[in-house]
Design a protein around this ligand. Structure first.
Ligand SMILES: Nc1ncnc2c1ncn2[C@@H]1O[C@H](COP(=O)(O)OP(=O)(O)OP(=O)(O)O)[C@@H](O)[C@H]1O
Ligand SMILES: [Mg+2]
Length: 242
């Protein structure tokens, strides 16, 4: 293992009841790297991330795959600790709080302690440094106006997307896993997100990202799903700018 390796996935095969979605695929990410996974709709990108997180459906089988986080093999004993440490944004937005502010705060607290009962009581506590960190993040993305709106309002698709991202970005993590982060975002917000991701990698984090839109996304390494296998691209695609 290279000592700056953060995530390594070995021999991932994903099968559904009727077909093999991904065959014997391996990849890794290093410190300070943005690693891109691309592929056609339905090629299995989201399924790869779910398999890493252990969130795949029961009817999907994952054969003989090994996931290492900073050299440590992830298994059922340490997977909750792994989920607590990393920042993962799913393709679909899903919220377990009343407002974006509360959801982002919950994510911050969960990254320190995964006990949900403790989190519920701590949500009412006010710690000045945390409040400042959360408010500054909303300001950074020019989203102060949605902080205390109820999800039931309802919020727009882009507002929900940026809330999911902020809940990941509030975490001080060395691994960010982002499934279509700028999907649904307006041009200006997507550009801020692209820059934010670059800053995360400049600060030493490893970012694994799936995107169809590379307009704002620089990357250091790229893989593509081709004929059911993940292949490393010889040339990293340049961000395409309009
Ligand atoms: N449990 C399952 N049973 C049957 N098929 C499944 C199951 N889970 C996923 N699939 C199929 O696997 C394929 C890959 O899905 P996945 O969501 O990983 O694709 P994707 O590459 O992320 O696509 P997109 O770019 O549209 O987000 C899809 O055709 C999906 O229908
Ligand atoms: Mg997907």
């Amino acid at each position: 293992m290279e000592n700056n390796e953060i995530l390594r996935v070995e021999n991932l095969t994903i099968k559904t009841k009727t077909f093999e979605l991904l065959h014997d695929s391996s990849f890794s990410t290093n410190k300070s790297q943005i690693v891109l996974i691309q592929g056609a709709n339905g090629s299995g990108k989201t399924s790869i991330l779910k398999a890493i997180m252990g969130f795949h459906e029961r009817k999907v089988s994952i054969d003989s795959c090994k996931v290492f986080y900073k050299g440590e093999l992830i298994n059922h004993n340490n997977i909750n600790e792994f989920r607590k440490k990393i920042a993962y944004v799913e393709q679909e937005d899903f919220f377990t709080a009343r407002t974006p502010y509360e959801y982002v705060k919950q994510s911050l607290l969960l990254s320190r302690n995964p006990n949900e009962k403790i989190i519920r009581s701590k949500l009412k506590e006010t710690v000045a440094s945390d409040e400042e960190k959360i408010v500054n993040l909303f300001k950074h993305f020019h989203k102060e106006s949605i902080m205390f709106k109820r999800f039931s309002t309802p919020l727009s698709g882009g507002e929900l997307r940026i809330t999911s991202l902020m809940a990941a970005f509030i975490r001080d993590s060395d691994l960010y896993i982002l499934d279509e982060p700028i999907n649904k975002l307006d041009y200006k917000t997507a550009a801020i997100v692209g820059n934010y991701i670059s800053d995360l990698s400049a600060r030493g984090a490893s970012v694994l990202v799936i995107t169809h839109c590379r307009m704002f996304m620089k990357s250091d390494k790229a893989y593509e799903i081709y004929e059911n296998t993940l292949k490393k691209l010889e040339k990293v695609p340049l961000p395409c700018r309009q």
